[in-house]
Design a protein around this ligand. Sequence first.
Ligand SMILES: Cc1cc2nc3c(=O)[nH]c(=O)nc-3n(C[C@H](O)[C@H](O)[C@H](O)COP(=O)(O)O)c2cc1C
Length: 140
Amino acid sequence: MTILIAYASKHGSTQEIAERIAEKLQQMGKKAETRSVDARENPENYEALVVGSAIYYGSWLKEATEWVRQNQAVLAARPVWLFSSGPLGTEVQDAEPQPKEIAKFREILGPRDQRIFFGVLDHSRLSFAERDHHQDLWRP
Ligand SMILES: Cc1cc2nc3c(=O)[nH]c(=O)nc-3n(C[C@H](O)[C@H](O)[C@H](O)COP(=O)(O)O)c2cc1C
């Protein structure tokens, strides 16, 4: 049986993290596959799952939360680990827990663990609107 690493990524860095996780699992002798949540993979076909999303405005990407909700019964019956990619810099400074959905995910999935990875921001990959928002949010 295989481990699925399901991810949601807008600009590619969460996808890279998912691929690194898969590589590490393969080095440990496990079968691991990486899929975007957009592929609507059926988690029933996997023995264990790692699910991750980029954080934008404090939340997971909508498609990741939707995939979790749609598959919550299957996910809850299997070993699940969660990860998020977000904070820029070297410290998590927000007072509010991120992502906002984490308490709900803990309740409905009972994940074995959850991790936050520092994000990557390449300004050249952002749209103009995102650049504006980002400056408001991160460099007030
Ligand atoms: C407009 C915007 C809003 C963001 N909001 C958050 C946030 O609320 N919390 C956080 O930890 N990171 C935030 N980030 C940082 C991203 O989560 C980080 O760049 C992440 O690695 C992007 O992943 P992706 O390349 O897979 O889309 C934000 C970035 C942008 C551009």
